[in-house]
Design a protein around this ligand. Structure first.
Ligand code: ATR
Length: 321
């Protein structure tokens, strides 16, 4: 599988990784444990080397799952995890972000324990803590690197200014953010800053949280249910907005039909064609979808196709969150 290097860390990952969140939470019921482990093993067998989790996914469940499933191949894979956002242990409600040095250390030790490993390959601040200077947070993350607990430092959903300030304290290997045909706001400031500083962009939700895969044919297919956060709180998935956005997806499915490849591959090719500094971590809980997604490496867009897709983001109704 095609590999790309994360920033200047020297860490090489498959250009298409696996976003593991959906195995535990947020897109409906968690996947049955045995099936989730099987899927993670299949991903390894198919050449995926980049696995993305976070402390908050399933409130520890996802890290335990990923650590357990990948234990036997630990040295062959890159495990990325994240800290910062705080949840009420009883309700799961989000109650703030803690980027304090004390929490950097506490969270790292807890993640290492849940992952069952002695090091985190890529450790991200998941969301920026407005109450803690980024220099303090990243300064402590740099200490973890010195101690060998963390191999590389990342940020998620940070502004260009925060990225530059963080990078001045310790090299940032990766900036993770939502990036897709439908979410291009990072192109304005964030992506240029990453390019300037030699930081990789790790694109999450590259499939528009499934919208861009063409799996939704009509309003009746809108994800629903209390355990699907798209239904609960994502503007783009609310009634009315969803239908408008589905109409835009038709342009993606039309390009896909002409090329003879699935829309998910077109969506991923659009992300990956931006250059070697971009990798994608589509999430899936199913082998068939994983195979489809990995097939995107053989899908390449023409200038004309790209231009027709570039125009879509401006028409998307509803913010990202
Ligand atoms: P995130 O990064 O937040 O996981 P994403 O990668 O844009 O978001 O999209 C993930 C969603 O796309 C999941 O709901 C996933 O559902 P499955 O677990 O059922 O696969 C869906 N998805 C991923 N790959 C897909 C594919 N090839 N075809 C259809 N749906 C897909």
């Amino acid at each position: 599988m095609l590999s790309r290097t994360l920033g200047q860390s020297g860490i090489s990952v498959s250009a298409i990784g696996l976003g593991c969140m959906g195995l535990s939470e947020f897109y409906g019921e968690p996947t049955h444990e045995a099936d989730a482990i099987t899927l993670l093993h299949q991903a390894v067998d198919l050449g995926v080397t980049h696995f993305d989790t976070a402390e908050i996914y399933g409130q520890g469940h996802n890290e335990r799952l990923v650590g357990n499933a990948l234990a036997a191949v630990r040295d062959k894979v890159v495990i990325a995890t994240k800290f910062g956002p705080q949840r009420d242990p009883a309700t799961g409600a989000f109650i703030g972000v803690d980027g304090s040095p004390a929490n950097v250390r506490r969270s790292c030790d807890n993640s290492l324990q849940r992952l069952g490993t002695d090091r985190i390959d890529l450790y991200y601040l998941h969301r920026v803590d407005a109450a803690t200077p980024i220099e303090d947070t990243v300064g402590e993350m740099a200490m973890l690197v010195k101690e060998g607990k963390v191999m590389a430092v990342g940020l998620s959903e940070a502004s260009a200014e925060i990225i530059a300030r963080a990078h001045a304290v310790h090299p940032i290997a990766a900036l993770q953010t939502e990036y897709s045909i439908f979410s291009r706001d990072v192109e304005k400031d964030v992506l240029p800053m990453c390019v300037r500083l030699g930081i990789s962009l790790v694109a999450y939700s590259p499939l528009g949280r499934a919208l861009l895969t063409g799996r939704y044919a009509s309003a009746a297919d809108r994800p629903t249910g209390d355990n699907d956060f798209r239904a609960r709180m994502q503007p783009r998935f609310q009634p009315g907005n969803f239908e408008s956005n589905l109409a835009l997806v038709e342009a993606v499915t039309a390009v896909a039909a002409r090329k003879g490849c699935p829309p998910a591959q077109v969506a991923l090719a659009w992300v990956l064609d931006h250059g070697d500094h971009v990798v994608a971590i589509p999430g899936t809980t199913k082998l068939a979808n994983l195979r489809t997604n990995l097939g995107a490496l053989d899908c390449h867009l023409t200038e004309e196709e790209r231009a027709s897709l570039d125009a879509l983001a401006a028409g998307v109704v509803g913010g990202r969150y």
